[in-house]
Design a protein around this ligand. Structure first.
Ligand code: 3PY
Ligand code: ZN
Length: 621
């Protein structure tokens, strides 16, 4: 055990071992139990119990008790996934366009928690409800369940493999197409990758369970989306839904960039590039009801593709937008389970289902079934309270600052971390100013991050945006802003902001070429399967993948542990039933938590299966 302890020590592995290393780390000579699966899970639980990274478990319940009564042993009825398999992507899209009922995509497994709970919802909570969703709402067009920030967050914060998540959801929900959000050439990352990465990623995602790829580019650059569209079409069986990112205010006569004409020209290029479905991606919730009518009607009149509308309810009025779009013929809309809807998330599914029930656009979903799933999500949301964005209600300020839903919640947390919480309105105002300075780009990952970086920097350093625009070289310029001005993310819809851009780039030699893969990296992308998945993790997120590998080595597969235990640890006097996979459940009780010793180590006395088990934990609280 001593050697194992030693090998698990970061500095030791990093080669930073001085001669008196052992003297400085007496805890290593203490005997920990052998690292079997139970010990690994116990190590996690003991650590969380001592260090309380998420505070106390106040008012939480295990969501499982709120799962609606459904016989999950009966097979799930056939759904849109079987139709897709039968008709193929072209036929499926055509059928979507021809149906009268309004098709519904559910976003609770991805965007809703990305936009409300910092993307923290764990695989266990998704897989637990998936069979119920499959049986209660089999009419869903799709479930958005992957992509966006979920991939990064799984590796970085949850000790979870995103591919395992996808495979498990796929298995638990065999009848509903799984949809992912793909950031064009950036796949699920923040910068562009070579085409072979996009192709391998799409192929692997399709094999693991994705049926519908919603592809977008942060600057609406169709060329940046082409490799992804080609890769999706190349699978032969999956749907390329290609998005135009909505910005500005279509009906405003003063709008001179993001006009109806702009969107129609963009849509034309998207259709030519091979999209099966056209998506309107309103990431900030700026698409007003009147504008939605006009845009949807024009897109459907001009093109034969079905139109799928995605919005965020930041200002509180987006049900009106969905209804206006529905009246104008939109084929599908995105909503989230009511308990996970509203504000920076999508509008509520039950509100939508009720609003069009008994009309010709009736969704076919049962309002009863949809609402029966809500108590589960309410309990899940309560569990993840430490990750709530803190946006207490809708805000009309979004029409001014145009911050996307997912980013608005994140920026609030960043502002708190930087001690700028009281200045949040200033951050919003200066975000708007930063956007203007940078040429009014469409703002969505990763262009939104560039604008946010600049806004935070200006506020933190007290630099007036106009001064910065006049003479950027006088101030620190975030690297992301320099790269953005150099064209790292592609060209801007409205052209480059001059003379600002030239001032930023003057005397700088910025290399924006996409770095080719090393031959051994390219080789690993050739063969589908676990090694390719791991190679993609390493390529896209090297740091988080290392964090994930370390978490797996130290704590084992934590994705099977109940969230209540995972987030809040053990409570004295309670028996914890901890699933450790393959049908094995541990019974664990917390006996006592000792005081930190001189080395900051705490002994956590547990009872595992009736036997006393001490676990040693570093106190970082
Ligand atoms: C993402 O890229 O993660 C988004 O949700 C963009 O809206
Ligand atoms: Zn979104």
């Amino acid at each position: 055990p001593f050697l194992l302890n030693l090998l698990e020590t970061e500095e030791f592995r990093a080669g930073d071992v001085s001669t008196n290393f052992i003297d400085e780390h007496p805890e290593l000579t203490r005997i920990n139990p052998p690292k079997d699966r139970a010990s690994k899970v116990l190590a996690w639980l003991a650590d969380v119990t001592v260090n309380k990274p998420n505070g106390e478990a106040d008012g939480v319940i295990n969501p499982a008790i709120k799962l609606p009564a459904v016989d999950v042993d009966l097979p799930a009825p056939d759904g849109e996934r079987q139709r897709l398999q039968e008709l193929g992507p072209e036929g499926w899209a055509k059928a979507l366009r021809e149906r009268t009922s309004l098709a519904v995509t559910e976003t609770t497994f991805r965007d809703a928690h990305q936009s409300l709970l910092a993307t923290r919802v764990r695989t266990a909570d998704l897989v637990a409800v998936a069979p119920h969703v499959a049986r209660l709402t089999p009419q869903l067009l799709s479930m958005e369940a992957w992509g966006g920030a979920t991939y990064d967050v799984a590796l970085r914060f949850l000790g979870e493999d995103p591919w395992e998540r996808l495979a498990r959801i796929r298995e638990a929900m065999p009848n509903i197409p799984l949809q992912m959000l793909l950031r064009g050439r950036n796949t699920v990352g923040y910068t562009p990758y070579p085409t072979e990465v996009t192709s391998a990623f799409v192929d692997e995602a399709a094999r693991t369970g994705i049926d519908v790829f919603r592809i977008f580019d942060a600057l609406n650059d169709v060329d940046q989306m082409r490799p992804a569209i080609d890769a999706v079409r190349g699978t032969g069986s999956t749907v390329a839904e290609v998005a135009l990112c909505y910005s500005g205010d279509l009906l405003n006569p003063a709008e001179d960039l993001y006009t109806l004409d702009y969107y129609l020209r963009l849509a034309e290029r998207i259709v030519e590039a091979g999209a099966h479905v056209l998506a309107i991606k309103d990431m900030a919730g700026l698409l007003r009801a009147g504008a939605a009518s006009k845009l949807v009607a024009a897109l459907r009149e001009r093109f034969d593709l079905p139109v799928h509308l995605h919005t965020h309810d930041t200002a509180g009025g987006q049900l009106a937008t969905l209804l206006a779009a529905s009246a104008a013929g939109v084929d599908a809309v995105d909503v989230a389970s009511a308990a996970m809807s509203g504000t920076t998330s999508q509008p509520s599914m039950s509100a939508l289902v009720a609003a069009v029930a008994h009309t010709e656009r009736d969704t076919g979903l049962s309002l009863q079934a949809v609402s029966d799933l809500e108590p589960y999500w309410e309990a899940v949301r309560r569990l993840y309270k430490p990750f709530e964005s803190g946006l207490p209600g809708p805000t009309g300020r979004v029409y001014h600052h145009e911050i996307p839903g997912g980013q608005l919640s994140n920026l609030r947390q960043q502002a708190i971390a930087l001690g700028l919480a009281d200045d949040f309105e200033k951050i919003e105002d200066w975000y708007a100013a930063a956007s203007r300075i940078l040429g009014r780009p469409t703002k969505v990952t990763p262009s939104s991050k560039v604008v946010g970086d600049l806004a935070l920097q200006l506020v933190a350093q007290g630099v007036d945006p106009d001064d910065f625009e006049r003479d950027p070289r006088k101030y620190d310029i975030p690297d992301s802003v320099i790269g953005f001005m150099a064209g790292e993310l592609g060209d801007l819809p409205g052209g480059w902001p001059e003379p600002f851009r030239s001032k930023v780039l003057e005397g700088r030699d910025v290399d924006v070429s996409v770095k080719p893969l090393a031959p051994e990296q390219a080789e690993r992308l050739q063969t589908p399967g676990a090694d390719r998945q791991h190679a993609l993790n390493e390529l896209l997120f090297p740091g988080p993948t290392k964090a994930f590998d370390e978490s797996r080595a130290q704590y084992g597969d934590l994705s099977v542990v109940d969230t209540i235990d995972y987030l809040y640890g053990m409570q004295a006097g309670e028996e914890h039933h901890v699933g450790i996979g393959r049908g094995v459940t541990l019974n664990v009780e917390l006996e006592a938590v000792g005081e930190p010793d001189d080395d900051g180590m705490v002994t956590v006395m547990t009872v595992l299966g009736g036997q006393l088990r001490p676990v040693y934990v570093r106190d970082r609280s």
